[in-house]
Design a protein around this ligand. Structure first.
Ligand SMILES: [Zn+2]
Length: 243
């Protein structure tokens, strides 16, 4: 049995966490914010109690009441994304590998049944979090919002990388407010994609998310700085911005 009194969450002692999880199970959308305030504030920080909550979250997810599963997987995914990586001795991803495998499996299945791009991207990030994939488990939102912000590796200017269905480009000024100088993007060719980018592309396509698959080619493609012309890898700059 977990001795919750020895664990902490964002507010101190975690003794109240089992009761909070009970309330979350009963009303996931209503209690989501409160749960995250305690276990994963800003979806960016986790505590001993956060990881200790994963077995219970896996149980709640397995019970699979309609309307519950999405919330539970996102909560667990956010917590897992804050875990030290698999190479870290004693990583919660290893300690809690059994419930994480259950959560991964449920996320994998739900992905294939999810049509909405926003939920799809959130679930895809959760899937990567459960696998211990770093950086990309929290950097795919731009595929859905259509924008990444990076800096030029040479002159340092702030650059918007805009990945749209009709128009993709990069620019240094706010393109929503004014006409701007647009510099074209070079999407990766499908056959050039390898490793994780290849997997993200194929998965999105297989799940009917053509728009996201299209975006993956741009995210893992190249751009040129509109100010100084320096050619750079979009993904490398996105990863550098996140770290
Ligand atoms: Zn530049």
């Amino acid at each position: 049995m977990t001795d919750w009194s020895t664990l902490t969450d964002a507010c101190g002692s975690a003794e109240h966490v089992p009761a909070l999880l009970d309330r979350f199970e009963a009303d996931p959308s209503g209690v989501w914010s409160e749960l995250m305030d305690h276990l994963c504030p800003q979806l960016d920080l986790a505590f001993t109690a956060s990881f200790a909550a994963l077995p219970r979250l896996a149980e709640i997810a397995t019970a699979g009441r309609p309307g519950t599963l999405g919330w539970v997987l996102l909560a667990a995914g956010a917590i897992a994304s804050c875990s030290p990586g698999l190479s870290d001795p004693g990583s919660p991803l290893t300690v809690f590998s059994a419930p994480i495998a259950v959560l991964h499996d449920l996320t994998d299945r739900r992905l294939s049944q999810t049509a909405g791009a926003e939920e799809y991207v959130n679930l895809l990030q959760a899937l990567l979090s459960f696998e211990g994939v770093e950086i990309w488990d929290r950097s795919l939102d731009g595929l859905q919002s259509g924008e990444y912000e990076v800096d030029c590796p040479y002159c340092g200017v702030n650059i918007f990388v805009v990945i749209g269905q009709d128009d993709s480009f990069c620019c240094t000024d706010d393109y929503a407010l004014q006409d701007v100088l647009k510099s074209p993007l070079q999407p990766a060719r499908t056959q050039q994609l390898e490793g994780l980018p290849r997997r993200l592309f194929s998965r999105a396509l297989a799940d009917g998310q053509e728009g996201l698959a299209h975006g993956v080619r741009y995210l893992f493609g190249r751009a040129a700085c509109p100010d100084c012309g320096t050619d750079f890898s979009v993904a490398e700059r996105v990863a550098g911005w996140i770290l």
